[in-house]
Design a protein around this ligand. Structure first.
Ligand code: SAJ
Length: 416
């Protein structure tokens, strides 16, 4: 029985699945990228990509051309399967594992003895065991780790992704990886797969600890950002410059306060801590409060802008940045989008939205007449209120003269 991986299927061709597929293909492995969206499948098979990530287009084009990577709507028999589908939040802030369940049930019919199944999607503790249960339900003819331990026909592990959008190709290779097998044998096999392209360390543990580690990392960041956001509110009330304050406090050798902002966006930090709250509500008070603090920041900014706009005769508000963080084009779960939309809906004046990384405003802005996508210089010139929401590099080189006579609300401390 050979442990080499000649063919791997990756379920979910999103921000994690597609780069992972391209990198594995680059190691000479035959990779099938599975996605239920026919448009995504077609795009990849044409050697193109449907997401924005530096250098990914070149690698995908090369791998498709070389015949190492192709996309398909159906799962095919393979030696290993990597599940990289979204695990969103339900409306009651509990984890939605529907996509993971569908992926597991789609893999089941083609599973063969000695196959490896890896769950990469961020999951609540116990998620990997659920995958094992769904697979076992579909395939009573095979044995699984929760039934047969190391002797199981199928090996299952949780190996959470930890890459930072915008640096995915570099971090996928360079970052350390946590490999959480359901048994020791599962960990060994999953490590062998990741070692084909990961240059960082692969640390092995059990599946539940791996799940918890991923959630803990993102909750740690959320709690620390919440601390910075809370300090910014206190500073506002006491009329203290928070940026100056944080710089001063960070000179202490054991203090490292993060940056306050308009709120926390993206699909990870604002979501994953809820999985911990859901698992242990009685013991996650700090994590829960941090989520509430970060989630309340957009409304605080909206109220502040409204108060200032109310004091002007003809308010024109330039909103600098819509992305969920600096120097990316990703508007998903962006607090800036929420703020700009609600300001436009409140009809308190003209809104000039500036986002150099996009060509058109999102569809849900189309019915709002008082908001337009505007260039940086023009918005600076026309607005009397400047609301800085994202610390994009391109906003940093502003002529101080252009800001004179304007009311500045700098939520990121770029011009502070
Ligand atoms: N933010 C602040 N202040 C800060 C840092 C961030 O307000 O000092 C805001 C950002 O503006 C953004 C949000 O937090 O709205 C999240 O940005 P981020 O850069 O902290 O993280 P993500 O969501 O891009 O990626 C995170 C990373 N996790 C950690 O740093 C612990 C990444 O390594 C994970 O792989 C990713 O989540 C994920 O997929 O889970």
């Amino acid at each position: 029985m050979s442990d080499a991986f000649n063919k791997i299927s990756i379920i979910g061709m999103g921000y994690i699945g597609l780069p992972t597929a391209a990198i594995l293909a680059n190691q000479g492995i035959e990779v099938v990228g599975v996605d239920k969206n026919p448009k995504v499948v077609k795009t990849i098979n044409q050697g193109q990509i449907h997401i924005v990530e530096p250098d990914l287009d070149t690698l995908v084009r090369k791998m498709v051309k070389a015949g190492k990577l192709r996309a398909a709507e159906q799962v095919e028999a393979s030696q290993a399967f990597i599940i990289a589908v979204p695990t969103p939040l339900k409306s009651d802030n509990t984890p939605d594992m529907t996509f993971v369940e569908s992926a597991a049930r789609a893999i089941a019919p083609v599973l063969q003895k000695n196959n490896l199944v890896i769950l990469e999607s961020t999951s609540p503790v116990g998620g990997t065991e659920s995958v094992a249960n769904w697979l076992a339900e579909e395939r009573p003819d095979l044995t699984f780790p929760h039934q047969a331990g190391d002797l199981a026909d199928i090996h299952i592990a949780h190996c959470p992704e930890r890459v930072l959008p915008g640096h995915i190709l570099r971090e996928l290779v360079g970052n350390a990886r946590i490999v959480g097998g359901m048994t020791a044998k599962c960990s060994v096999r999953a490590t062998a797969l990741y070692k084909t392209f990961v240059k960082g360390e692969c640390y092995t543990t059990d599946a539940r600890t791996a799940e918890m580690a991923k959630l803990t990392e993102n909750a740690f960041r959320d709690v620390n950002i919440a601390f910075a956001n809370e300090i910014s509110l206190i500073c506002d009330q006491l009329d203290i410059n928070v940026w100056n304050l944080i710089d001063l406090a960070n000179h202490h050798p054991r203090v490292n306060i993060l940056r306050p902002g308009p709120g926390v966006g993206g699909h990870c930090i604002a979501v994953d801590p809820w999985f911990l709250v859901h698992s242990s509500p009685e013991h996650s008070k700090l994590i829960h409060t941090a989520r509430t603090v970060n989630d309340s920041k957009p409304q605080y900014i909206i109220n502040k802008v409204k108060r200032i706009a109310d004091s002007l005769k003809a308010p024109v508000i330039a909103c600098m940045g819509l992305a969920f963080k600096a120097d990316i084009d990703d508007l998903r779960e962006s607090p800036s989008v929420k703020i700009v939309k609600q300001l436009a809906e409140a009809d308190i004046g003209d809104i000039l939205a500036v986002e150099p990384h996009i060509d058109a405003l999102p569809e849900d802005f189309q019915n709002l007449k008082n908001v337009s996508l505007t260039g940086f210089e023009k918005a600076l010139e026309q607005a009397n209120i400047i609301l800085l929401l994202v610390d994009h590099q391109v906003f940093s080189n502003v002529d101080p003269v252009a800001l004179k006579e304007k009311i500045i609300i700098d939520t990121k401390g770029l011009w502070a």
